[in-house]
Design a protein around this ligand. Structure first.
Ligand code: NAD
Length: 494
């Protein structure tokens, strides 16, 4: 086995080990072997990071920086990220198993998120209020909140960092980021760019470790003002309970079981491509994965045959190789979840058209074939379980009302897709789908300009978009007495 790469955490501008020297190993899912050693933060380490962020917020250069200067630093950060996209993309690929061609492209595009929030830094405005009192003027300013705890999962780490710290820093907050225990390396390498971009020490801190004690200590810390969480619904329940300790504001970006609806008039080639992107892109490890597809009965058999034939041709293998189309799953737990759910689906009457197992030639890492399961019944467990893997449940429908009801028959509400040539129908159906995102004749498109987030168990709050910067501020109301007279007697009501 080759030497492990050692990483450190970023606390108050210094690169540090855990206070007690504890570490854990990060596994390369392509080989199933450890490749990096990551510090496991103690309660004291997390406390130090939050206190550093609080100090940087309340005193020193950051606290006195003009919004336009903050914007400049964010622009630097975006530029540096674009320059280093190749290196960061490679690290993310090794650590998560996501394809290099995707991680490197993503790292480059994520620079746009920093540029977007750089531009917004000096455009946060308050109001003057048409107040209902004589001789009074009232106005609001928008104030940053303080220390933001940003807790993220392993997938799309750099993207999640950008949508959290972009608006948080633009608004003048400071941040403690918690990396995922499954993949921390790319975020730690990104931390070097924060220094290089010119952010003062303590403005961004990065801690690593598990939910206990690292995540818990961070999200219950009395100096944390807002928790921006992305992850699974069960962890989110802990986060909301934790926020009872510090009354921190909370935003939650959680899981999904997103439906894709294909009507009989859809361009089938486009819909097959959309479905492939939605469930086999990133090996299905995407919160917006279109993991349930509803096919109109008139096109059901042809669509299923076309999709199966395309899935059979997907090249699975080393995610660093340019020809690879699907890499491994990031964790063994996800591989087990796929195997368990597919076995249950077969017991419950499901038919596997392709996949349903590890590819025979790739049994060292955590690979799973692109899997298509025809489900006769909406109530099958597989139809409402998020697996975070390349497993598609295929269902049939006849009527528009019926498919809307089935699409909404889930505890989740993150994303959805509609394929049809009838724009009237697309608009009618999208209005009735209870999901934060509806893609019409496309799928898996994101932008810094467009809000992202869910309904129901997929969470609350929105990331991306211009509004996000306001979520990291709070209004302050300022009253000014303009009368030349002294203030009147407080016990005389007028
Ligand atoms: P997870 O919920 O297990 O972990 C997320 C983060 O929370 C990790 O950093 C973890 O260490 C931390 N954590 C765990 N316990 C904690 C606690 N008690 N207090 C504070 N922090 C704690 O998620 P995962 O399995 O790594 O990621 C997959 C999930 O993330 C899926 O459900 C996926 O849909 C979701 N996700 C959502 C989005 C979105 O934007 N909606 C994006 C990506 C992933």
């Amino acid at each position: 086995m080759s030497e492990l790469t050692n990483y450190q955490m970023l606390v108050d501008g210094d690169w540090v080990d855990a206070g007690d020297g504890a570490t854990f190993e990060s596994i390369n899912p392509t080989t199933g072997e450890a490749w990096a050693r990551i510090p496991a933060a103690t309660e004291q380490d997390v406390d130090r990071a939050v206190r550093a962020a609080h100090r940087a917020f309340s005193e020193g250069p950051w606290a006195n920086m003009l919004p336009s200067q903050r914007g400049k630093l964010l622009r630097n950060l975006g530029d540096l990220l674009a320059d280093k996209s190749e290196d960061l993309g490679r690290t993310e690929c090794v650590d998560t198993g996501k394809m290099f061609k995707e991680t490197r492209w993503q790292a480059k595009y994520i620079a746009e998120f920093f540029h977007f929030y750089a531009g917004l830094a000096d455009k946060v405005t308050g109001d003057t209020l048409p107040i209902d009192k004589p001789d009074m003027m009232a106005m609001t300013t928008r104030e940053p909140l303080g220390v933001i705890a940003a807790v993220v999962p392993w997938n799309s780490q750099l993207f999640l960092v950008a949508v959290k710290i972009g608006p948080a820093l633009a608004a003048g907050n400071t941040v403690v980021l918690k990396a995922s225990e499954h993949a921390s390396a790319a975020m730690l390498e990104f931390g070097r760019l924060i220094e290089e971009a010119g952010f003062p020490p303590g403005v961004v801190n990065i801690v690593c470790g598990f939910g206990e004690p690292c995540g818990r200590t961070l999200t219950t810390h009395p100096l944390v003002a807002r928790i921006s969480f992305t992850g699974g619904p069960e962890t989110a329940r802990h986060i909301v309970r934790n926020s009872a300790e510090n009354f921190a504001e909370v935003s939650l970006e959680l899981g999904g079981k997103s439906p894709v609806v294909v009507f009989e008039d859809a361009n089938l080639e486009s819909a097959v491509n959309g479905s492939m992107a939605s469930i086999f892109g990133a090996s299905g490890q995407s919160c917006v994965a279109g993991s349930r597809i509803y096919l109109h009965e008139k096109i059901h058999d042809k669509f299923l045959a076309d999709l199966t034939s395309r899935a059979q041709k997907i090249v699975i293998g080393d995610p660093l190789a340019e020809e690879t189309q699907m890499g491994p799953l990031c964790t063994l737990g996800q591989l087990n979840a796929c195997e368990t759910q597919v076995a249950k689906a077969i017991e419950q009457g499901g038919t596997v058209h392709h996949g349903g197992r590890q590819p025979a030639h790739l049994n060292a890492g955590w690979f799973y074939e692109p899997t298509i399961v025809e489900c006769p019944d909406q109530k099958m467990e597989i139809v409402d379980s998020e697996m975070f893997g390349p497993v598609l449940s295929v269902l049939r429908f006849k009527e528009e009302d019926e498919v809307i009801a089935k699409a909404n028959d889930t505890k989740y509400g993150l994303a959805s897709g509609i394929f049809t040539a009838d724009i009237g129908r697309a608009l009618r159906v999208q209005k009735q789908i209870r999901a934060g995102i509806v893609w019409i004749n496309t799928y898996r498109v994101v932008s810094p300009i467009a809000e992202f987030g869910g309904f129901k168990d997929s969470g609350y709050g929105r990331e991306s978009g211009a509004q996000a910067i306001y979520d990291y501020t709070r209004p302050k109301t300022i009253w000014i007495n303009t009368s030349p007279e002294p203030m009147g007697n407080p016990f005389v009501m007028r």
